[in-house]
Design a protein. Structure first.
Ligand SMILES: N[C@@H](CCC(=O)N[C@@H](CS)C(=O)NCC(=O)O)C(=O)O
Length: 201
């Protein structure tokens, strides 16, 4: 398998972490959406990362759809339970983490990538507030070592990937607001399957 995209992207990273946790070997193709868009579009017409190329050449796109496939392969070891109340609980936390991450990425583009003089401060403030509300809800949920079910789930993986992206790119958004999430990040990153996926660049 080949994972397309740099782990600077929290969406790429959650796939890389999950592959590592499931013990599924893969090759990382660290392509950038800024400089390698034509190559990325061969696997994902949207020009987005991540994409996962399976060994038979099939290209999966979007981190959640990729994880859905990996969970199917992982069976009982899947990081999202298959059925019922436990599945709903974990999915709610995953979606809060994913939503907070999406809003953070949008805030990054709004705040740091717009041409000079074309910024929209109210829009940026709204995106940051949405991201912080999502991280805040997860911070409140985190009363033990993990977000859900007393064990590692996709909710922990996704929130740590989102948290670490913000800590690297927009630390002002965190500024000590989410100490439990910061501690969760430190714990998970101490595990080489997770820590080794942190973007080096
Ligand atoms: N919903 C998608 C979001 C992926 C995404 O937004 N990736 C960003 C990198 S962080 C990207 O490819 N941006 C380039 C673009 O959308 O043009 C997923 O979960 O995979």
């Amino acid at each position: 398998m080949q994972l397309i995209g740099r782990t600077l992207s929290p969406f790429v990273r959650r796939v890389a972490v999950t592959l590592n946790i499931y013990g599924m070997p893969f090759e990382s193709l660290a392509l950038s959406t800024m400089t390698d868009a034509d190559t990325i579009r061969r696997s994902n017409p949207l020009g987005r990362v991540p994409a996962l190329l399976l060994d038979d050449g099939e290209a999966l796109v979007d981190s959640s759809a990729i994880l859905d496939h990996l969970d199917e392969q992982a069976g009982a070891a899947a990081l999202i339970p298959r059925h019922g109340a436990e599945r709903r609980l974990v999915l709610r936390a995953v979606m809060l983490a994913l939503g907070a991450t999406e809003k953070s990425v949008s805030a990054y583009y709004e705040g740091q990538r717009r041409p000079e003089g074309l910024s929209w401060p109210e829009g940026l403030a709204n995106l940051e507030a949405q991201a912080q509300a999502g991280f805040g809800a997860l911070e409140a949920m985190l009363t033990g070592d993990h977000l859900c079910l007393g064990r590692l789930t996709q909710a922990d993986v996704t929130v740590v990937c989102g948290h670490d992206f913000v800590a690297r790119m927009m630390p002002r958004m965190l500024e000590g607001r989410f100490p439990r999430l910061a501690a969760l990040s430190a714990r998970l990153n101490a595990d080489a399957r997770i820590g080794a996926t942190a973007f080096q660049g």
